[in-house]
Design a protein around this ligand. Structure first.
Ligand SMILES: *Cc1c(COP(=O)(O)O)cnc(C)c1O
Length: 372
């Protein structure tokens, strides 16, 4: 056992050598194949991903943001419409709403999970509301019957932002299989990551799948026949081939994240460091991130850094407080929980590439922390 000197947030250099060789082989195949856009690799990955999520179809696109935009366009969300979402998310969530010309309406969050609060979301619904964009933040998915019921009651489209929730489950069903459609990102640090940008949207509605294939490819259903105002957002063959190699390891990697989370829950004991609510079922949460809350976050993260441990903040500024000026609405009761959360939250290493020794080291360092 080597003494641990540093723990990176994700140490890609620790990736399994056999996996890297397989990825290099897959890349060579694509280089030699002569087809680099919308070929067999994309098609087979779309089939594999739809099967994994348990839905009828998947459409590979350029990134998670584009997947979200296409989901919204498929739900006929446009100018004058409102979309209810959380302010505690990547700005891409907001950007997708803005790009279709709609107005984001920010609901507050549940302080124990960081996820959008259903009661607050209900307060945000006006007669202009068209959709709820639900982010399964950090890889956590919960109370999906309640979200579906709320959307049914007000005739809203339920769209899932699954960029952090690959492999997360609720009552044995995968994140991404509950809404009208769902968006995934394969940004390299996500639970399933490409070596570059990539994204996918999934749906159980074949019309949505068909339409998404048109939109990602200039708006042409057939080559040179354009009937929609589309975009260029195609998952490329290289990334699809790489994702096909990595997909069979996804469940194993997520289980390692779950084990790491379990260890944190049972072994972190420091009155200055609070943990979020643990998922009821062990296989529910995909633990894309492990988030703790600390009053003196700056001091705590500097203390970790001094001991060689990386940490990140998801997110230091809630979307509604960004400097960019755009039209938005907020829960009339305010966003106090989201604000407070964003001031205290800190993500500590949890990836499947972290060793047991490294995790034990992180736990020891955290348990020794004393607020100055
Ligand atoms: C990463 C992320 C996105 C955006 O994905 P990209 O592939 O970077 O466009 C959207 N929403 C959430 C919650 C994310 O974490």
């Amino acid at each position: 056992m080597n003494p641990v000197e540093s723990v990176k947030f994700i140490d890609f250099s620790a990736e399994d050598e056999n996996l890297l060789l397989k990825i290099e082989d897959a890349v060579k195949d694509v280089v030699r194949s002569g087809t680099h856009i919308l070929g067999e690799h994309v098609k087979s990955f779309e089939g594999n991903w739809a099967k994994y999520v348990g839905v009828v179809g998947a459409v590979g696109v350029g990134n998670g943001l584009d997947a979200l935009e296409i989901c919204l366009r498929n739900a006929n969300v446009g100018p004058g419409d409102e979309v209810i979402t959380t302010p505690l998310t990547a700005f891409a969530t907001t950007l997708a709403i803005l790009r279709v010309g709609a107005t984001p309406v920010y609901a507050d969050i549940d302080p124990d999970t960081g996820i959008m609060c259903l009661v607050s979301a209900r307060r945000c619904i006006s007669n202009r509301a068209r959709a709820i964009l639900l982010v399964h933040l950090y890889g956590f998915i919960d109370i999906m019957e309640d979200w579906q019921a709320l959307c049914a009651e007000y005739n809203l489209a339920l769209i899932e932002d699954c960029a952090q929730a690959h492999g997360a489950k609720y009552r044995d069903k995968m994140a991404g299989s509950f809404g009208a459609s769902a968006a995934f990102s394969f940004y390299p640090t996500k639970n399933l990551g490409a070596i570059g940008d990539g994204g996918c949207l999934v749906s159980n509605d074949l019309d949505i799948i068909q339409n998404a294939m048109t939109l990602r490819n200039y708006g042409q259903k057939k080559t040179y026949e354009v009937d929609q105002y589309g975009m260029n957002s195609r998952l490329d063959e290289l990334q699809a081939a790489i994702l096909n190699v990595k997909l069979p390891f996804l469940d194993e990697n997520i289980n390692r994240r779950r084990k790491n989370a379990q260890n944190y829950f049972s072994e972190i004991k420091n009155r200055h460091v609070s943990l979020l609510r643990q998922a009821d079922n062990a296989d529910q949460h995909a633990y894309h991130l492990f988030v703790v809350k600390v009053q003196d976050r700056k001091g705590f993260s500097e203390y970790l850094k001094k001991n060689g441990i990386d940490s990140l903040i998801h997110y230091p500024v809630i979307n509604s407080k960004q400097k960019l000026n755009y039209q938005k609405k907020l829960d009339p009761y305010g966003l106090d929980h989201a604000e407070d959360f964003s001031n205290k939250c800190l993500s500590i290493p949890i990836s499947h590439l972290m060793t047991e020794d490294q995790q034990q080291y992180v736990i020891q360092v955290i348990n020794r922390y004393e607020r100055i």
